[in-house]
Design a protein. Structure first.
Length: 249
């Protein structure tokens, strides 16, 4: 069962706040009866009318996308730049949105859906969902420097949670290194700021994995539907890993 105002908002006819106003104003009926109480819960079998018109419920959809670099993680952009939802316009009828965010210049795993409950479960601050990044950085960091990331490092918005770090390779001639970093937080540009804090700015960044998902078999800009089993696994992983740290990336 879901809250009535949430179901109305998910149908796409209005925002959740406006849906709450419509309910309190007596403009919403459930199975022919006016409902004014916020928080009323409904099922998929209930008939919901707003201003005398029955709403159409969208079927929940879930996609795994290989987000390219140079694309905004949003459904629209006031500057006219390409956004991730542009890739789905001719294929998906439902209004979908990204779960969390990836920076404009970061590529990799991105989940797209129209299921707000599912998205909130994955992004909720009290749950851990690992995100693994592959970063090409300037310079070759010493092991002791990388340990700072493992212990958590102080940024301008507070100390990060401990991360898992793996040195993959270094190029002494070009003075660059490839580092794998796994975190469960997701502050704005967090990975880049973490590397900047240890004196090794990011030159290129890709989100390699989101939980157990990766983009193997996909090219940048391509996507596939998540299987029902994958969706269930993601839900289970979110709700079974409580954390005291905030998280989303």
């Amino acid at each position: 069962m879901e809250r009535l105002q949430k179901v109305i908002a998910q149908s796409g006819i209005t925002s959740r706040r406006k849906a709450e106003e419509l309910i309190t104003e007596g403009k919403v009926k459930v199975n022919g009866t006016v409902v004014r109480e916020l928080g009323t819960k409904v099922t998929g079998k209930d008939r919901i009318e707003v201003n005398g018109v029955q709403i159409e419920r969208e079927q929940s959809v879930y996609f795994l996308m290989y987000k390219p670099s140079g694309v905004i993680t949003a459904v629209s952009d006031d500057k006219g730049r390409k956004v991730v939802s542009d890739y789905f316009q001719d294929i998906v009828e439902e209004r979908i949105f990204p779960v969390g965010r990836l920076d404009y210049d970061t590529s990799g795993v991105l989940i797209m859906t129209n299921d707000g409950t599912f998205a909130n479960e994955l992004m909720h601050p009290k749950y851990k969902v690992d995100k693994t990044y592959i970063a090409k950085i300037k310079g070759i960091p010493e092991r002791e420097v990388l340990k700072k990331l493992e212990r958590g490092i102080m940024l301008d918005d507070g100390k990060t949670a401990p991360a898992r770090v793996k040195f993959l390779s270094g190029d002494k001639k070009k003075q660059t290194a490839i580092i794998e970093l796994t975190i469960h937080e997701g502050r704005n540009r967090q990975v880049r700021r973490m590397f900047e804090a240890i004196g090794h700015p990011v030159l290129k960044l890709k989100r390699e994995r989101y939980a157990f998902l990766d983009v193997k078999g996909l090219n940048p800009g391509e996507f596939r539907e998540l299987t029902p089993h994958e969706v269930k696994q993601l839900r289970n992983q979110a709700v079974t890993q409580p954390s005291k740290k905030r998280g989303q990336n």
